[in-house]
Ligand binder design. Structure first.
Ligand code: AMP
Ligand code: GLY
Length: 423
């Protein structure tokens, strides 16, 4: 009998993970709570929401789950891994204590300071007036104000100087636009450089790096417009040389594992540091305790080894017993979104053209569902079209060629994903 695996989420990231798990001879059934139109095709969708921990534990027991594989941020800080572990269900993902590295930026900043992980200079505040006084004590230069808690990727505000930073503090702490995520804020200096997303499989003691990836957060070409959940990605980040990759593993990822273990809450699951490479070296902007979206959509097609085997071994603290091999072929993913996203947009448009996509191109679905008319849109980010090639340029051309074949009313995508990238 093969294993029964549970995923929680409804993104193209979960579709990509489910698609990869489906290739494992050791996986029998995959369940996704709540899932989407894409996961419906290769897994069983379970109508439970990611923050409903009671509901998820009950479903996992009833469905006789063998492995919970954490992909998204919401359930872990609420203790899903702790609860499932207590119920005797194996988990690949961090406990609530370990997930604080993502769920509290203030905690993560203090952790980095203690364990010698380089990050932007700054301070954390729970008191609005103290935060204002600190901002005014800094030079009137660019800085960042961030809600400490989980804010769906929207809690970091870039500010040109004092006036904007004071306004950002008002938004987070007085208007409370981010809810309780803004109970504490981090104020930090602005760093200049280029960004890359690191991902590592972790088992509490050992980390195995995945290839680096780059994502595009803004809605518009040329990185203009509003911040989104991510409009596209490519992997590898060619600018990350072997030497830089080794530095990132030693000075960021390994220090996290050693530090978390020393503090009594070893980190198991996927660690995803968001990094800024500056003229003075690598800085950690934030840690995520999960897979990135849309990074996962370009990583999974490059993974040649069995994802289930890796995560199952990591969950057992035996990551060192598995082989993790990657295809050298770059991947480019283009997100097709609903017109108006990330502000207001309409739902319920029929999605056409998926049957016209090349067989070696993956279309990972996010905001989709089936209704009597067929597959329709039901979210802001609807699909990620992912292609591989001998070079980034080849993968990019193929991704766009296929993205053009998928149609729904008012759809849009960025035209500059992976443009100008050498490989
Ligand atoms: P975070 O949620 O902390 O990763 O921030 C989201 C995005 O804001 C990052 O990917 C960066 O593009 C930007 N950002 C955050 N902090 C800084 C900083 N200190 N300096 C420059 N850019 C930043
Ligand atoms: N792509 C960034 C994230 O998943 O947070």
């Amino acid at each position: 009998m093969g294993a029964r695996v549970l995923l929680v989420g409804a993104g193209a990231r979960e579709h990509a993970i489910a698609w990869k798990l489906r290739q494992s001879p050791r996986v029998d059934e995959i369940f996704v709570a709540p899932g989407n139109g894409g996961t419906a095709g290769l897994a069983t969708n379970v109508p439970v929401q990611p923050k409903d921990i009671e509901g998820l534990v009950k479903a996992a027991e009833e469905l006789r789950i063998d492995l919970y594989l954490a992909t998204m941020d919401d359930p872990q800080p609420l203790g899903l891994v702790d609860r499932l572990t207590a119920a005797g269900i194996l988990c690949y993902g961090p406990t609530a204590a370990a997930a604080r590295i993502e769920s509290s930026k203030a905690w993560a900043k203090a952790f980095m300071a203690k364990h010698g992980i380089r990050t932007a200079a700054g301070r954390s505040f729970t008191d609005y007036r103290d935060a204002c006084r600190y901002v005014e004590s800094l030079p009137d230069r660019p800085m960042w104000v961030k809600a400490s808690g989980l804010a769906a990727g929207k809690g970091a505000i870039g500010c040109t100087g004092h006036a904007e930073a004071l306004n950002a503090l008002d938004i987070a702490m007085v208007r409370r636009d981010f809810g309780s995520a803004g109970d504490e804020v981090v104020v930090e200096e602005e760093l200049r450089g280029w960004e890359t997303s690191a991902h590592a499989f972790c088992d509490g003691k050992t980390a195995v790096m995945m290839p680096f990836a780059s994502d595009y957060k803004r809605a518009g070409d040329g990185d203009i417009g509003l911040n989104t959940g991510g409009m596209g990605a490519y992997s590898p980040t060619s600018a990350v040389t072997g030497e830089l990759a080794a530095t990132i593993k030693a000075e960021v990822v390994d220090r996290v594992l050693a530090g978390m273990a020393a503090e009594g809450h070893p980190f198991a699951g996927t660690l995803f540091p968001g990094l800024m490479v500056t003229a003075n070296g690598v800085y950690t902007l934030e840690f995520n305790a999960r897979f990135g979206d849309p990074e996962t959509q370009v990583l999974m097609p490059r993974l040649e080894s069995d994802l289930f085997e890796i995560c199952d071994a990591a969950a057992r603290g035996k990551l060192d017993t598995v082989e993790v091999r990657w295809s050298p072929r770059p991947a480019v993913g283009v997100v097709i979104a609903s017109g108006g996203y990330p502000a207001t947009y309409k739902l319920g448009y029929i999605i056409e053209g998926l049957d016209a996509v090349d067989p070696d191109v993956q279309v990972f679905q996010a905001g989709t569902k089936y209704d009597p008319r067929g597959l329709v849109t039901m979210g802001g980010r609807v699909l990620t079209v992912v292609a591989q090639g001998a070079t980034v340029a080849e993968a990019r051309a193929k991704a766009y060629d296929n993205a053009r074949r998928v149609r729904f009313v008012d759809s849009f995508y960025r035209k500059d994903i992976a443009s100008g990238v050498e490989s």
